[in-house]
Design a protein around this ligand. Structure first.
Ligand code: MIG
Length: 713
C-alpha cells in the first residue's frame, strides 16, 4: 500500500495499481500513513467492514435510492439504465462512492474505483456496514473535518469545483419524449405564450434526429431546424437536443464512417467494433475512454452549435443496451425450439426471461473493450467511467467551440469527477408521490458528491401525472438548480396547462416564483460551488436531535431557507419540524405573507396554491418581479425579505451569466446588512451592480416588529 495526503489533509491509501479515473483534482502528496480499517482481500474483491452503533447514521452515495440516512438497504455502484426506480433496486445511473459514517466521530470515505462496488449498509445485519469492492486496485480516501458539513467541504474541495451552467440554465424547461415535430414544438411554445407561463427552453428528445443518428436532423419532422432555433432565440427561448451514446451503423453516415476508420469505437474480443442495439438499431459505442475519441466526438456537437444550439443532454450513456446479436439469437433459438410445443410453466418462464433479460443485461459489459492510454481494458473493469467521459468529451468540445461561453450540459450516467463537466438529471422516475419524496432525499446526497446542477423530471417521467402532483412537485422543484418538466411517450400530457385551469394558474404562479427567486438561486449556486459548500443540506447536518435526523422530507437550502414541501396526495397541511424559530413565507407572485413560527413541531396549513418555505433566523433573501425568461429578468428593483433579531447580512452575487467571468472582475455584488436594535431596523447597502436602482426591504423580527424600507441607489 502506498499513501498520500492532499493539501487540505485528506488521506489517501492506494492499493495495487489503480486506473486513473480523474475523479479527484487535488494533488496527492506522497506520505507514510496507516489506517485502522477492517479491510481484507479475497480472490477478486476487497471487503471493508464497519461496525455501526445503534444511532450511527450513514450519508452520501449521491444519485441512489433510499433515505438521506442510507442505513437498512443494499446499494450498488454500477451505472445502469434502470427504468423503474422501485425501492428494492440497488443501482441507478450513477456511481457516487462518497459517504460519511456519523456517530461519536464523523468520518468520510471515498473509493476511487471505476467498477462495481456493493454496499450492504445494515441490511443483512443491522449493525454491520460491509462494502465489497470488485477489484484489488483502488484509492481509498479518508476525509476528516469534524462536522458533517466540514467533511463535505473537504471532500468537495478535493474533487474540484463543480460545473457552472449559463444563467439561463436556471430557467424553467419543458420537455416530453413524444413531441413529434417542429410543428408540435411550436405549439408547445404557443401554449406557454397563450397562458403567459414563463419558459426558458424546450428539450428535444429522439425525434428531432434522422433515424436516431447523433448529429443529424430529420428533414421530415424538422425541415426548418436552424430557423426554428434562431426564431426561438430571438424571444429568449432555447432548444436543447438529446445526444445518445450509441452511433448507428450505417454506411456513409459520417460519424459511423469516421469512427470505424480511426478506431474510435469500442472493440469486441476479436478487435472488431462491438455491435449492440439501442434506439437506432445496431450501433457502435464511441470509446470515450480513449482521449482521441473524446476530442473527435466532442467536436461533433459543432454541427448543432453552428445552428445556434447552446445546450445538450447526453442520454443512454451507462451505456444502455437493448440487446446484442448473440443474446438475441439465443432467445430466438429458444423460442423456435418451443414452437408448437405444449410448454410447461418452467419452460414458459425460461422463455419469457430469455427475452426480458436482454434489456441492459450486465453481461454485455464483459463483451467490449476500451483503449486506455494504449492498453486494452474490458468495459466491466472501468464501467462507471463511460457516461462521465462522454460528458467530459462534450465539455471539451463545447468549451473549444463556444470559446468563452458557458453551455448547458446534463448527463444521465455519471461518476464523481463528471461533476466538473456537466450536471445530471436523475433519470426515468415515475409520476409517483414517492418519487417526489425521493427527489428531495437525493438532492443533498448529490451535492455531497459534487453534483449541484441537477434535478429530477418534475411531474415524473413514467406513468400518468395528476395536476395535484405536478403542483406539489413544482413547489419543491423551484429550488432545484435544474428545473425541467419531462415525461415519457404514451403517458398523460403534463405540461402546466395540460390539466384543469386551476392547475394552469397555480403552476404558472409557481414557475413565476422560480423566476422571482432566480437571482437568489443563482447567487447561492455560484457561492456554494465556489466555496465547496452544499446547497441542499439535511437538517441533521446542523441539528443533531432525533427530529432533525428523521425529518428527511425537509431540507435546508443554503444558509437562509428551510424547505418542507408537501409530498402526499390530498394533503392541505403537514407536520413541519422547526429546529429554530423561523418565518413561514407564503410566496405569491403579487404578495408575500410572512408569519413567525416558533421552534417545535407544528401542523401547518398548505393549500394547493400555498407556495411555502421558511426563512431562518438572521437571514435575508432577495427576489425580483417575475418575468418570461432569464433574458428578461429585471433587476432594477430588488426586493428583500428579512428575518432579523440581531444582525443579518446577505451578499447577492451576479454576473453576465454567459462568459466564464466568475473569477474575473466582471462579477457584481450587492451587500446588505440589517441590524435590529430593539425593533428599530437599520440597513447598510454596498452595491456595485449597475443594473440595480432600488431596494425594497421588508424586515420582521420574532417580537412581531415589521418594517418596510426603500433604498434608492
Ligand atoms: O430508452 O430518449 O432517460 O429522459 O426521454 C429511453 C428517450 C431513452 C431515456 C431518458 C429519457 C428520454 C428517453 N430515454
Amino acid at each position: 500500500m502506498q499513501s498520500f495526503i492532499t493539501e487540505n489533509g485528506v488521506k489517501v491509501y492506494r492499493y495495487g495499481n489503480p486506473i486513473v479515473s480523474g475523479a479527484v483534482s487535488a494533488e496527492l502528496i506522497q506520505d507514510e500513513l496507516t489506517h485502522d480499517l477492517n479491510l481484507h482481500f479475497d480472490q477478486n474483491k476487497a471487503i471493508i467492514t464497519f461496525d455501526l452503533e445503534e444511532n450511527d447514521e450513514v450519508y452520501g452515495l449521491g444519485g441512489n435510492l433510499g433515505g438521506i440516512n442510507k442505513r437498512g438497504k443494499l446499494y450498488e455502484s454500477y451505472c445502469n439504465d434502470a427504468p423503474d426506480h422501485t425501492e428494492e433496486k440497488t443501482n441507478l445511473y450513477s456511481a457516487h462512492n462518497f459517504f460519511i459514517i456519523s456517530g461519536s466521530v464523523n468520518k468520510g470515505y471515498f473509493i476511487d474505483f471505476p467498477s462495481r462496488i456493493l454496499y450492504d449498509i445494515g441490511f443483512t445485519h443491522k449493525d454491520t456496514f460491509s462494502m465489497e469492492i470488485f477489484g484489488h486496485d483502488f484509492d481509498l480516501y479518508e476525509i476528516d473535518g469534524g462536522s458533517l458539513q466540514k467533511i463535505c467541504e473537504n471532500f468537495l474541495y478535493t474533487i474540484g469545483r463543480a460545473y457552472i451552467p449559463p444563467k439561463w440554465g436556471f430557467g424553467y424547461f419543458q420537455s416530453r419524449w413524444g413531441y413529434r415535430d417542429q410543428q408540435e414544438i411550436r405549439e408547445v411554445k404557443n401554449n406557454f405564450d397563450f397562458y403567459d407561463i414563463p419558459l426558458e427552453g424546450i428539450f428535444l428528445d429522439l425525434d428531432y434526429m434522422e433515424d436516431y443518428k447523433d448529429f443529424t436532423i430529420s428533414e421530415v419532422r424538422f425541415p426548418d431546424f436552424s430557423n426554428l432555433v434562431t426564431e426561438f432565440k430571438k424571444e429568449g427561448l432555447r432548444l436543447i437536443p438529446i445526444i445518445d451514446a450509441g452511433v448507428k451503423i450505417e454506411k456513409d453516415y459520417e460519424i459511423y464512417e469516421q469512427g470505424v476508420e480511426n478506431d474510435y469505437f469500442c472493440l469486441d474480443e476479436n478487435d472488431t467494433p462491438y455491435v449492440a442495439a439501442v434506439w437506432p438499431g445496431k450501433v457502435h459505442f464511441p470509446d470515450f475512454l480513449n482521449e482521441e475519441t473524446q476530442k473527435w466526438f466532442g467536436y461533433k456537437y459543432k454541427y448543432l452549435t453552428d445552428m445556434g444550439i447552446e445546450g445538450f443532454w447526453n442520454d443512454m450513456n451507462e451505456p444502455a443496451i437493448f440487446y446484442d446479436e448473440d443474446s438475441l439469437q439465443q432467445a430466438i433459438d429458444k423460442a423456435s425450439a418451443c414452437q408448437g410445443k405444449n410448454l410447461d410453466a418452467h419452460t414458459f418462464f425460461d422463455l419469457k426471461d430469455k427475452f426480458s433479460e436482454l434489456l441492459n443485461n450486465s453481461r454485455y459489459y464483459q463483451k467490449f473493450y476500451h483503449q486506455m492510454n494504449g492498453e486494452k481494458v474490458r468495459n466491466d473493469q472501468v464501467h462507471n467511467l463511460y457516461g462521465s467521459l462522454m460528458t467530459k468529451s462534450a465539455n471539451i468540445g463545447l468549451s473549444q467551440i463556444l470559446e468563452n461561453n458557458r453551455f448547458l450540459l446534463v448527463s444521465r450516467a455519471s461518476d464523481i469527477g463528471m461533476h466538473r463537466y456537466g450536471g445530471i438529471w436523475t433519470g426515468d422516475n415515475s409520476s409517483w408521490w414517492s418519487h417526489l419524496d425521493l427527489n428531495i432525499k437525493m438532492m443533498p446526497s448529490l451535492n455531497m458528491c459534487g453534483f449541484y446542477f441537477c434535478g429530477a423530471d418534475v411531474g415524473g417521467f413514467g406513468d400518468d401525472c395528476t395536476g395535484e402532483l405536478l403542483i406539489r412537485w413544482l413547489q419543491f422543484g423551484v429550488f432545484t438548480p435544474f428545473l425541467r418538466n419531462h415525461s415519457a411517450i404514451d403517458t398523460r400530457a403534463q405540461e402546466p396547462y395540460a390539466f384543469q385551469s386551476e392547475v394552469t394558474d397555480i403552476s404558472k404562479s409557481i414557475i413565476e416564483s422560480r423566476y422571482s427567486l432566480l437571482p437568489y438561486l443563482y447567487s447561492e449556486y455560484m457561492k456554494s460551488v465556489t466555496n465547496y459548500r452544499m446547497l441542499f443540506k439535511p437538517l441533521a447536518f446542523e441539528y443533531r436531535n432525533v427530529y432533525a435526523k428523521q425529518a428527511e422530507d425537509q431540507l435546508f437550502f443554503s444558509d437562509q431557507l428551510m424547505l418542507a414541501p408537501i409530498t402526499r396526495p390530498n394533503h392541505t397541511g403537514r407536520y413541519v419540524y422547526l429546529p429554530e424559530t423561523m418565518v413561514e413565507v407564503n410566496f405569491q407572485t403579487d404578495d408575500i405573507d410572512l408569519q413567525i413560527k416558533q421552534a417545535g413541531i407544528d401542523y401547518l396549513d398548505y393549500q394547493l396554491d400555498d407556495f411555502k418555505f421558511y426563512l431562518r433566523p438572521n437571514s435575508i433573501v432577495p427576489y425580483v418581479s417575475p418575468c418570461r425568461n432569464v433574458d428578461s429578468l429585471d433587476k432594477t428593483e430588488v426586493k428583500f425579505m428579512a428575518f432579523v433579531d440581531e444582525e443579518a447580512e446577505y451578499s447577492l452575487y451576479d454576473d453576465d451569466g454567459v462568459t466564464f467571468g466568475f473569477d474575473r472582475e466582471e462579477s457584481y455584488s450587492t451587500n446588505i446588512k440589517i441590524t435590529n436594535d430593539l425593533g428599530e431596523f437599520s440597513v447598510i447597502v454596498d452595491n456595485d451592480n449597475p443594473e440595480i436602482c432600488e431596494l425594497s426591504i421588508v424586515i420582521v423580527d420574532s417580537n412581531g416588529n415589521m418594517q418596510k424600507k426603500k433604498v434608492e441607489l
